[in-house]
Design a protein around this ligand. Structure first.
Ligand code: HEM
Length: 149
């Protein structure tokens, strides 16, 4: 949607954009643990990932009396040396909270969220999604501005 790029400057389209669109990442990948591990080292979860690791958002420290409940579950080559643990800083946790809040739950004018009934009808007939789609981003079931019958 053109609207996705409304506040982007410069706009990075097509091949200049390397990672996937994160606009709905909170619904697609809702695990906080996954997001933290991915930021610390994308390759622990996506072999061969080209995303750079953001290790400065984490602290590697000596385990105190007890290991922290927040310590990343790293194994094999990615594990810290014995007696050490990797914990997310406030910055990492804040960034992950932001990512988990990226959710497409509101209809856009150009791309209204289909109601369950519309989605079913379209799946059955392959008809264009215009028939029953709301013309505004009012919640499903609310009155739309389609002409009165
Ligand atoms: C702080 C900055 C960044 C954040 C918060 C971030 C976040 C994410 C998230 C949440 C995903 C998973 C989305 C999905 O798989 O649908 C992802 C995937 C990905 N990102 Fe990033 N990213 C950042 C920077 C970058 C940079 C600088 C690059 C490339 C130079 C990059 C390249 C990729 C790629 C290729 C993927 C696909 C999955 C993978 O290879 O791990 N990201 N990113």
């Amino acid at each position: 949607m053109a609207q996705d790029y409304l506040y982007d400057y410069p706009v990075l389209l097509g091949s200049q954009r390397i990672g996937p669109d994160l606009v709905n990442v909170g619904l697609r990948l809702p695990s906080e643990d996954w997001q933290l591990l991915h930021l610390y080292n994308p390759r622990t979860l996506v072999p061969g990932s080209t995303m750079p690791p953001y290790r400065f958002l984490f602290e590697k420290r000596k385990i105190g009396r007890q290991p922290s409940a927040e310590a990343l579950k790293l194994s094999g080559n990615f594990a810290p040396p014995p007696g050490y643990e990797v914990v997310p800083t406030t910055k990492a946790k804040t960034l992950v909270a932001y990512l988990l809040n990226q959710r497409i739950e509101t209809s856009l004018f150009e791309a209204p969220l289909p109601s369950a009934a519309t989605a079913l009808a379209n799946a059955a007939t392959n008809a264009p999604a215009t028939t029953n789609a709301p013309a505004t981003n009012t919640p499903a079931g609310a009155a739309t501005n389609s002409p009165a019958k």
